[in-house]
Design a protein around this ligand. Structure first.
Ligand code: IDP
Ligand code: MG
Length: 154
């Protein structure tokens, strides 16, 4: 089992797409083990996107991500990090495949609706930045027995 950090960016919240996007992850069979609306601080934004600090788009990215609340989610499942990245699609909505969230719902390489951790190591770092341990539940969905075969969970 892996847990990954997903957040619905300000454009998704402002465009009223939260329900639609959450449904993609939910109906896939993943479990939400934490969720909260966050007005992102400059400090959290800088820490979260530290790897991009030297990129020309960094100031615009900080401005965007702190401009309006985001919906932060901890999502769990086998290979959750890679499964969520596949559901999200390529960074730029104009190039993302149809059927992905960005491919179906977006047209921008900046306002691209959703963040997903890019590796298990990033997921661990990002979850610790965004959630306290007490905010992450340990519940198991009883529907998992219909979503997964035991061999899927090896
Ligand atoms: P990812 O979200 O698909 O992992 P990253 O390359 O990690 O993409 O970039 C982080 C975020 O920075 C993107 O999701 C997007 O919001 C923004 N971003 C990335 N590249 C550009 C760009 O070339 N122009 C403007 N914003 C960008
Ligand atoms: Mg990234």
């Amino acid at each position: 089992m892996q847990t990954t950090l997903i957040f619905l960016k300000p454009d998704a919240v402002q465009r009223g797409l939260m329900g639609k996007i959450l449904q993609r992850f939910e109906e896939k069979g993943l479990s939400f083990v934490g969720m909260k609306l966050v007005q992102v601080s400059e400090d959290l934004a800088k820490q979260h996107y530290a790897e991009h600090a030297e990129r020309p788009f960094f100031p615009g990215l900080l401005k965007f991500i702190t401009s309006s609340p985001v919906l932060a989610c901890a999502i769990q499942g086998p290979n959750a990090v890679a499964v969520c990245r596949t559901l999200i699609g390529a960074t730029n909505g104009q190039k993302a495949d149809p059927g992905t969230i960005r491919g179906d719902l977006g047209m921008s390489g900046a306002n691209n609706l959703v963040h997903g951790s890019d590796s298990p190591e990033s997921a661990e770092r990002e979850l610790a930045l965004w959630f306290t341990e007490g905010e992450l539940t340990g519940f198991i969905k009883t529907a998992n027995q219909w979503i997964y075969d035991p061999s899927d969970l090896d």
